[in-house]
Design a protein around this ligand. Structure first.
Ligand SMILES: [Zn+2]
Length: 139
């Protein structure tokens, strides 16, 4: 990503920071009936704000938009959805898959169910083709 592009993202992030900072001080969540829900929303907003601030720092350092795992550029479409993303779509998906495997291992399951190990578009023994969402999470 060139400096001009980073600067555009930086401006978006700064707007997002201002919006989130404003939300944290707002009374809307204090008015919720369930205080535990209000606290959870507040925690999420604070968390997101911290991520946004880190992303602004990455803009300043020039590392914004670079995947911290593989070093490739993070897809613009992904940044459009998660502007403070630190990993590209492929690395995010493989991290999700390994987290899932870890959780399954903890529950005593050693491998993904057979159905999930099949590659997208491959027919199983019954001749059924499986198509998986999330761009190959199961590969
Ligand atoms: Zn990556």
């Amino acid at each position: 990503m060139n400096k001009q592009q980073i600067e555009l993202w930086r401006q978006r992030l700064i707007e997002e920071e201002a919006r989130l900072s404003g939300q944290i001080g707002k009374a809307d969540i204090a008015e919720l009936d369930d205080p535990s829900v209000a606290l959870r929303i507040l925690a999420v907003r604070k968390d997101t704000l911290a991520h946004v601030r880190e992303a602004i720092q990455r803009c300043d350092k020039g590392s914004y938009g670079t995947c911290q795992v593989c070093g490739h550029e993070i897809e613009q479409e992904r940044l459009g959805v998660v502007p403070y993303a630190t990993t590209c779509a492929a690395c995010t998906h493989s991290a999700q898959a390994s987290r899932l495997r870890q959780e399954m291992a903890q529950q005593g399951q050693t491998a993904l169910p057979r159905r999930m190990e099949k590659r997208e578009g491959q027919a199983d023994e019954n001749g059924t083709e499986h198509i998986y969402p999330l761009g190959g999470l199961w590969r």
